[in-house]
Structure formats: C-alpha cells, structure tokens
Design a binder for this molecule. Sequence first.
Ligand SMILES: *Cc1c(COP(=O)(O)O)cnc(C)c1O
Length: 379
Amino acid sequence: MKNYVKNVPTPAYVVDEALVEKNLAILTSVMERTGCKILLAQKAFSMFSMYPQIAASLCGTTASGLYEARLGHEEFGGETHVFSPAYKEEDMDELLTYCDHIVFNSISQYERYAPLVHKRGKQCGLRLNPECSTQEGHAIYDPCAPGSRLGVTKDAFDFSRLEGIDGFHIHTLCEQNSDSLAKTITALEDKFGDYLGKVKWINLGGGHHITREDYDLQLLIDIILHLKNTYGVDIYLEPGEAVVLNAGFLVSKVLELVENNISIAILDTSAACHMPDVLEMPYRPEIIGAKTPDDPAYPYTYRLAGPTCLAGDSIGDYSFAKPLQIGDYLIFCDMALYSMVKNNTFNGMPLPAIVIHTKDGENKVVKTFGYEDFKGRLS
Ligand SMILES: *Cc1c(COP(=O)(O)O)cnc(C)c1O
C-alpha cells in the first residue's frame, strides 16, 4: 500500500508519478503502433510541474484559449494546438506566437483569421459536428446534442469557402470506449467523406478513455490506421482524462462528526470547491478503504460533507469497517483530472495543496495556497 498522507498537508491533491507513467506507456504504444500523435488536453489537467514527465512521451498540448496555449508553450513544449468556439481579435497575434494549429468552430471564423494564420506559417483546422450522439445521460457533455454550438454541421459546411484548410477536428466523446469512436467515424465519413482526403490531418479530439482497463485498444488502432490509409492524413488525439486517469488522489481529514438520523462526517475538503464534478457531472468518487452502504463487512455508514455553508455540499454516503474518528484521513480516488483546474474559493475555502508522489515513494509538496490566493482574485 502506497503512503499518500505522510508529510501531506490536507486537503491536498496528490498525483502519483508511477501511475501517470503507466498511462503514458499505454498512450505511447498507441503512437508507436499507428504513427498518430497524442497531445495533452490541458483543460483536464494543467499541473505544469508534471509537464516535463508527460512531455517525454506525448507530442504537445492542446488549449482552449490564450492562457492554456501560453502555459503549454512555456512549460510543455512540443506542438501547441488550440480550439475555441470564437477567437478574440486582440488575442490572435499572441496566440499565433504559441500555437502551431488553430482550430476554428465556424466557417466565418476561418474566413476571418485564416489569412493571418497562414501568413504566420501556422496551420488552420475546422471543427466538424458529425451529429452522432453516442453518450447517454450526460447531455451537457454531448457536443452532438441538438442545437449544439460546437462544430460545423453538414448543412452549414461549404468546402468552397475553406481554401487552404489544413485539417479537420472532431470532439464528440466523453469518457468513452472505442466502439463509440467507431460509430462517430462512420457518421463522419457518411457526412464529410468527400473532403477528408483533401486535408493533411484529422484531429479526433478527446474523450477517449484509452487508459481505462476495459478500453478496446485494438479497435482504436484499427480506426486510426483506417483513416490514415483511406485518406492519407495524419491523425491526432488529444485526450485529457486518459493521461492522468486514476493517477491522482485528494487527501482530506475528518474535522467533525454529527448526527441527524444519519451519521455525517464533516471533512476539510468540499465537493463544491475542490471536486466540483462530483456535483456537476454528477458522480461518486471512490475512497480507499470505503464501500457502498450495502456491504455487510462495512457496517459504519457516513454521509461525507464539506465544511462550506452550501447544504448540498455532500460527496455521498460511504461505509467503513470501523467507526470514523476525528482526524482520520480519507483518500478520494481519481482526483487528478478536472479537479485542480476547476476548483474555487467559494466560502473562502482554502485551495488544496499540490503534491507529487514520486517514484521513490516520497510525497513532494510542490505548491501550497493561502489567504493571498483567495484575496488575489477579488478586489
Ligand atoms: C475537453 C476536450 C478535450 C479533452 O477531453 P477529455 O474528456 O478530458 O479527454 C479534448 N479536445 C477538446 C476540443 C475538448 O473540448
């Protein structure tokens, strides 16, 4: 059992180098077997103290705008790509100093900015919407939902207005296996097949859960090779989650125990502030040593709640083999992705420290936050 609490202030995000490396080895094998390029989507994970380790395997980063593009350029290196639903005129010049590929979301954005991008020797892409929903339940994570602003539909597509276009981009998946990608590619080919051979590259976006245990790698590899061989294009993937899936933890402590028909444990971490996807997505994170309330070997059940004044700041009901005590550590799993990039200081909550669990088994505190971080974004 690894020790993720020794010398760790709480709350803290602890990211395990060896577990990241395990993911990178899988991603590297996909690149080696297909010749595709894989980028880190910084939207999911921007812990730049780990960029050197990740950059040793992946080809670069992708960004959602100017700040992520700058961070990727400064701290990661390699190729820098950016996609935004709409770019600000005043950002373009600086963006072009960082980015190799600029992906546009509409033909009019392409027409407005492509001459500038090409003049600077950079490449332009267009995001397509294959209108193929493959996920159930998560409408807010479905870029193919009716009325979506994300990507150009077949009806809005007009190749005659895309002279000089270098590539196409799709991003339609969220935590999905390669069978969903296969359906999406069939829809893409049905709708846009006449044009896929006219560009240099196709970027298949993120949402590929490549490093999950049950992920069908062979099907992904077959799809990439099919696209390369059929259309003569280079293929990019830009996963966020898959790079750090199951590689990080949120370490917290029990502050207080109260009763109200149920037993409630108040922690020094908050769902609303430190793991907002628990409420937003929503989902139930795993905790080391805890089970769901129906397990007879784990008879002590608690609702785990944050110290904020939001009534709904609850992480869920968890059961333990022994009663919880004040001061106990609780370690939430899979907390590297969409956590530190989304956290906030609502209620004046302190931000969790950022810690690397090194391959030597040490916990290296790389950053702590204080009052100034709360005050600094207000005035
Ligand atoms: C969110 C996003 C990604 C990364 O998605 P994951 O689900 O974290 O793999 C990649 N590309 C684009 C355009 C995105 O919006």
